[in-house]
Design a protein around this ligand. Structure first.
Ligand code: ADP
Length: 734
């Protein structure tokens, strides 16, 4: 009676444990739940088999019955895995020899058990050894974790609830097995039964221990989605378990009665083999159903997770777009006032230099004052330019991050690109007393197709760094390449190589990796005074990689660095660049020739800007050219003025309220009398985001100048677009 009660009780306990595990797994899929579920399942199967068998046969299954014992033994494996999982999670690599204490106990129990196995019963021996081995491992692992906890609890090591429960479970199991090896006067006095009760009770504590470990609650507010799964599965699981168990029992009974009614001795006829199989199938359905639940939950959770991720991705994308837009607007808003500051500052610089030079010998004090003023404003100029380059870097980077950086390819001349780049660096290097040498292979093809603007930006970035981080010696730019023919597309390609070598401070080996990461600046103890954002190289690498190229660096700390850009470009004309150095020097002569700018008293230009101070700046900067300058403070004004006068050049601000630059341009071009149908209209804008130039040119502007206005660039542009006969170049001595 008592034994039957224990059998039923064990089934109920394991089913309850299973339900707790499975439904917590639905709520939060953790690996621990799967381990406990697997353990309880195999135990349930074994108990079910055992109970049904004893109920039907009035006898225990023999020790070699695979289904009865193996299920029981298998249940320790997931428990062992669970303990290993917990050990790993807490990085416990420590081992206490005291944890080996259960070993002699287990050996004693093995000897006792083996006494019941008949000679040649291999399954019986296997069952015993297997059980002994796995349970010893479980006991040792639990004890070790418990000792570790007592050693480290002051440092906040969490209570190993699972280890406590498994340890007690093992203790009760040992006691139960050992007592089953002895004869007792009655089943009420048999300790086996009482230890069984305790062992199963501690098993049901396992899910609770896991809840405690992960900080969960037995009953808690469920999420909508899991609530739905529970409502469907909870009753279904209980129903399937009950129907299956009872159904299996009746089926087995029916088979027994039909096949062999007169059998007395369990396992002696084929009827019992059929019974074995029937019970096995019934149990397998239970397993399949439990596993199905785990799969469904996984699937539903994954689907929900994908939905959530998709939603989060959308939100992130939207906020990224908002960020890019915000940055583009900020760039405009910041550039507009800087335009005023830098323009006015340039006028102060010019005026103070002029005043200084005009002071007589007797006005030494005033002369010095003007000299100081020009120094101060020179500093403002430098700081302003730095600020601008920082804004440009941040803008470019935000564009790259937002995936909005586009590669726009077109035909260009390599010599002109090299000329621009060298021009710019030549002055920077000169102002630091550094040499700047350009070596270009004479037979490189001049006509190429690619994204000229981005290549120029990347090469300038690298060259700028070389100048920035070099204090003596110089910088050398070597350009070479190898042409290849692609027979598939029947085009020629060149792998252009730009090698920038400097004699600067160099980079430590361990810093080389970090260089190209965003916002990463290295060797700060030496570079504190050098301004930078740490974005230049990140932008450069991104741009070059987007164009299918690569950037590499070699450096010797203290003696200099070599940055190399390799990039494939399509060749459209094989005309060689020739002796670039000579061409470059000639162009430098020309630049020097008009360094003092120009005069054009006959020319008439119109400047349009809605910010008054910007008009003042532009007017002031161009005062010495003696041109006739009209100004308009709105798009509508500009249209009105353009309707009565033919201008030689119109400089048009882009962002203006009501009628913006592009609309004004359109209206001027479409005017009936056509005073300015062909007048070059230069877009003057603070919108310096990459790709802006292309956009404005596509809208019909003749050219593009960014604000803050660089007076030299503005003068060069005017020389280019004013009618040649109206312009007189003036040379000033420097
Ligand atoms: P930054 O705006 O600081 O110049 P970059 O991304 O262009 O940012 O460069 C990252 C870091 O790499 C710099 O802060 C500097 O320490 C180092 N670096 C770049 N180029 C050189 C060079 N030619 N010589 C020495 N150090 C360099």
């Amino acid at each position: 009676m008592f034994e039957q009660f224990i059998n039923i009780y064990s089934i109920v306990i394991t089913v309850v444990g299973l339900i707790i595990c499975l439904f917590h797994y639905i709520e939060r899929p953790r690996r621990s739940w799967i381990y406990v579920t697997a353990s309880l399942l195999s135990l349930l199967l074994s108990n079910y088999y055992w109970t049904t068998y004893t109920l039907l046969m009035g006898d225990d299954p023999s020790i070699s019955s695979f289904a009865a014992y193996f299920g029981d033994n298998l249940c320790f494996v997931p428990i062992l895995l669970l303990l290993i999982h917990i050990h790993r999670k807490h990085h416990v690599r420590w081992f206490s020899p005291l944890s080996l204490l259960p070993l002699p106990l287990n050996i004693y129990q093995l000897i006792l058990y083996n006494g019941f196995v008949e000679d040649g019963d291999f399954i019986g021996y296997f069952n015993n050894y297997w059980q002994c081995f796995v349970t010893t491992c479980v006991a040792i692992f639990s004890l070790n974790l418990i000792f570790y906890y007592f050693k480290n609890r002051k440092t906040g090591f969490p209570k190993p609830y699972v280890a406590f429960v498994t340890f007690f479970y093992m203790v009760f199991e040992y006691a139960m097995w050992t007592s089953s090896c002895f004869d007792w006067p009655s089943e009420w006095l048999d300790p086996y039964n009482y230890f069984s009760l305790l062992a199963f009770a501690s098993l049901v504590a396992l899910p609770i221990a896991i809840l405690k470990t992960h900080g969960g609650k037995l009953f808690r507010n469920q999420r909508e989605q899991t609530k739905r799964i529970r409502v469907i599965f909870q009753p279904m699981y209980i129903a399937v378990t009950l129907i299956n168990s009872l159904g299996g029992y009746f089926l087995a009974m029916w088979i027994r009665d039909r096949l062999n009614e007169s059998v007395q001795d369990a396992e002696s006829t084929s009827a019992y083999e059929i019974l074995d199989v029937t019970l096995f199938i019934v149990s397998a359905i239970l397993v399949a159903f439990s596993i199905a639940i785990i799969f469904v939950v996984n699937y539903v959770n994954k689907a929900a997770q994908t939905d959530r991720l998709r939603e989060e991705k959308n939100v992130a994308e939207q906020s990224n777009e908002a960020k890019s837009e915000f940055l583009a607007n900020m760039s405009h808003e910041i550039r507009t006032p800087i335009n005023a500051v830098m323009g006015m500052n340039e006028m102060i610089l010019r005026k103070s230099l002029k005043a200084r030079d005009e002071m007589g010998e007797d006005q030494e004090e005033l002369r010095e004052t003007f000299s100081d003023i020009s120094n101060y404003s020179g500093n403002i100029d430098n700081a302003g330019k730095n600020l601008l380059s920082i804004i440009n870097d941040i803008l470019d980077f935000s564009k790259i991050e937002a995936g909005k950086m586009e590669i726009i390819t077109g035909k260009y001349r390599l010599s002109s690109l090299l000329n621009d780049v060298s021009n710019m660096i030549y002055y920077r290097a000169k102002s630091k007393d550094l040499s700047f040498v350009v070596e270009v292979d004479e037979d490189l093809p001049d006509g190429l197709c690619g994204d000229e603007a981005h290549i120029r930006q990347a090469v300038i970035n690298i060259l700028n760094n070389a100048v920035k981080y070099t204090h003596e010696g110089g910088v050398r730019l070597r350009v070479s390449g190898r042409t290849q023919h692609d027979s598939m597309s029947n085009t020629d390609y060149i792998r252009l190589t730009f090698e920038v070598k400097d004699t600067g401070i160099g980079i430590r080996k361990q810093d080389l990796e970090k260089l190209f990461a965003k916002f990463e600046r290295v060797d700060l103890e030496h570079n504190k005074s050098v301004e930078g954002t740490g974005l230049g190289l990140a932008i450069t690498r991104n741009l070059i990689e987007m164009m299918g190229g690569e950037v590499s660096v070699e450096s010797l700390y203290g003696s200099g660095s070599t940055f190399t850009i390799r990039i494939p470009q399509e060749v459209v004309s094989h005309e060689p660049v020739g002796d670039f150095r000579q061409k470059f020097e000639e162009s430098m002569e020309k630049i020097k020739a008009y360094e003092g700018s120009f005069e054009a008293p006959e020319a008439r230009i119109l400047i349009v800007d809605d910010t008054k101070v910007n008009l003042l700046v532009a007017e002031g900067l161009l005062k010495e050219t003696k041109m006739r300058i009209d100004t308009a403070s709105s798009g509508a004004d500009a249209v009105r003025l353009a309707n009565g006068t033919t201008y030689d050049v119109i400089m048009m601000d882009q962002r203006m309220p009501k009628v913006d630059g592009s609309q004004a341009l359109q209206m001027i071009r479409e005017q009936k009398d056509g005073f300015n149908k062909t007048t070059p209209v230069i877009c003057l804008t603070a919108d310096a985001v990459m790709g802006a130039k292309e956009r404005y040119l596509a809208e019909g502007f003749t050219d593009y100048l960014t604000k803050p206005i660089d007076s030299k660039a503005m003068e060069k542009m005017l020389i280019k677009y004013l009618p040649e006969e109206k312009v007189t170049l003036t040379v000033t001595q420097k």
